[in-house]
Design a protein around this ligand. Structure first.
Ligand SMILES: C[S@@+](CC[C@H](N)C(=O)[O-])C[C@H]1O[C@@H](n2cnc3c(N)ncnc32)[C@H](O)[C@@H]1O
Length: 285
């Protein structure tokens, strides 16, 4: 496993990252209709082994646990991995363990063919280019047990035509920032083919739409507003330091995007949408 003392190279790393991820989790869960697992795995089957790669503080694991009847959740085994140890919860339940693991490093051999479900969300940009990403996916599939499932969830570059100009520019900046670190948000569009090439069966994908704008549910709208402003502050801070040739938005425009975005988000009617793609597949017997 990885070096527990290594300094984080994660571009979004900050003291408030876990708060931002929790707000983002609420929005993605809402976009996915409250479902955390779309792969057709029977989560009520006994003694499942579930791995969440790039788990951060394990919010997905905790939510999955609390979505199940306690007597079912407690007989499963949950494993969360991340290269940032400081994110891990301090007192996880007995059936939940967190390990430092960089996706670039070799995984424990004893984890091969072990998990009923391998899950990863918003982390496909971490390995880098296409070759590194395919290699990470190969590693993740290796850990799925025969008849088990893998599910990846990622943001895709898309905004609705009616979304505001600041929302659109902010979205472009996010994608350019990922490109700057040598990756791309487009990896997820190849995952269905990669899963099939790597021998998975029952491979499917589905796109979900998240509404970050005006909602009847005012609590959710407030969560969206906080998630957007925290993420945008961080992303626009990074992109403002990038060279113009790496950016599709003019560098002169970047300092104004955050203020304009806040105005758009506080308007009577706010249009702000993102989409997420979920891809899943099963390892044959
Ligand atoms: C955008 S967050 C997503 C967290 C979580 N999956 C979620 O959906 O809430 C990406 C996570 O990947 C982790 N990460 C970044 N680079 C990594 C790497 N090379 N190996 C393992 N984890 C990494 C970060 O520490 C962070 O927790």
């Amino acid at each position: 496993m990885g070096d527990e003392n290594a300094e984080s190279s994660y571009v979004m790393h900050s003291d408030s990252e876990l708060t931002r991820l929790t707000l983002q989790h609420e929005m993605i869960k809402d976009a996915m209709g409250g479902q955390l697992v779309i792969a057709p795995l029977d989560l009520r089957a006994s003694s499942l082994q579930i791995l969440d790669c790039c788990t951060a503080d394990g919010v997905w694991i905790r939510e999955l646990q609390s979505s199940l009847p306690p007597e079912v959740a407690k007989q499963h085994t949950f494993v969360g991995t991340d290269n940032e140890k400081s994110y891990f919860p301090h007192d996880p339940p007995k059936n939940t363990t967190y390990y430092v693991q960089d996706v670039h490093d070799p995984w424990p051999v004893e984890w091969s063919d072990r998990f009923d479900l391998v899950h990863q969300r918003l982390a496909l940009a971490c390995p880098g280019d296409e070759e590194a990403t395919k290699s990470t996916i190969r590693d993740l599939i290796r850990m799925v047990k025969p008849e088990g499932w893998i599910q990846l969830v990622e943001f895709i570059e898309w905004t609705d035509d009616e979304d505001g100009p600041a929302w659109k520019d902010y979205t472009t900046c996010l994608c350019d920032m990922i490109a700057f670190i040598g990756s791309t948000v487009k990896h997820i569009d190849h995952v269905k083919d990669w899963f099939q090439d790597l021998g998975l069966v029952n491979v499917e994908e589905k796109v979900f739409e998240g509404n970050y704008g005006t909602r009847q549910d005012k609590m959710l709208q407030a969560t969206a507003m906080k998630a957007v402003m925290m993420t945008a502050t961080m992303i626009l801070g990074v992109t403002s330091s990038l060279p113009q040739e790496m950016l599709r938005v003019s560098k002169d425009r970047i300092p104004n995007i955050l203020t304009d975005l806040e105005k758009e988000m506080k308007a009577d009617q706010t249009h702000a949408h993102w989409r997420y793609k979920v891809v899943w597949g099963r390892k044959p017997e």
